[in-house]
Design a protein around this ligand. Structure first.
Ligand code: IMP
Length: 196
């Protein structure tokens, strides 16, 4: 199968029709985010928390999760690129496109991620953030795909553990599209294939 370097333009007109299977419904995601928010609020009671989210995939998760946490918190945003173009494979190369806007020295930091796949992106980010001397640094990911892990990552909060499938929706993209779906789903194989 050849993977296109460009966005799947021929299918871009109908996002829902490109999805073969809904893995996590909007309701399931909502229920789990509420649970995570409660657990995080409980674990950090009496402390001030800094949520650091990694754009762009974590945007919906971050927006929903922060509103389910009822302790004082600050947010900050980073953007990194790990995948080039529309490819579904991690390159292992991480580039910081947007850095933190405030110091996290001495802060309780929770890194909010969309998905951990090989772990290469997060591994790089963890080393980078540890260098900024937070009081603590934990990880919260909506999705975990442990089957493809290349580096060991200590995940503190996981929304869902999913099988080794490329998923889109609720922030996750293929060729920058499908982030606005309310659910997490698997694309039809034709979307990835281009005629030879
Ligand atoms: P890792 O470095 O392989 O762990 O990849 C992490 C990043 O790859 C995530 O933050 C996503 O941006 C992207 N990614 C990994 N798996 C998927 C997927 O199934 N769908 C969409 N993006 C993915």
């Amino acid at each position: 199968m050849h993977v296109s370097d460009d966005a799947p333009m021929s299918h871009a007109g109908d996002l829902q029709a490109d999805v073969a299977d809904i893995l996590l419904s909007e309701q399931r995601i909502r229920d789990r985010v509420i649970e995570l928010g409660r657990q995080i609020s409980h674990d950090y009671t009496g402390q001030r928390l800094t949520l650091v989210s990694v754009l762009k995939g974590s945007l919906p998760f971050m927006a929903d999760l922060m509103r389910e946490i009822d302790i004082p918190l600050r947010i900050d945003l980073m953007e990194v690129s790990s995948y080039g173009g529309a490819s579904t494979e991690s390159s292992g190369l991480v580039r910081i496109l947007k850095d933190l806007s405030a110091s996290i020295a001495g802060e309780q930091v929770l890194l909010v991620e969309d998905i951990i796949d090989t772990g290469l992106t997060l591994n790089y980010l963890l080393r980078y953030l540890r260098g900024k001397s937070p009081a603590s640094l934990r990880i919260c990911t909506l999705l975990d795909k442990p089957a493809r892990r290349l580096v060991d990552i200590p995940v503190d909060y996981t929304g869902f553990t999913i099988p080794d499938q490329f998923v889109v929706g609720y922030g996750l993209d293929y060729g920058e599209l499908y982030r606005n779906l309310r659910f997490v789903g698997v694309l039809r194989p034709e979307v990835y294939s281009v005629p030879e």
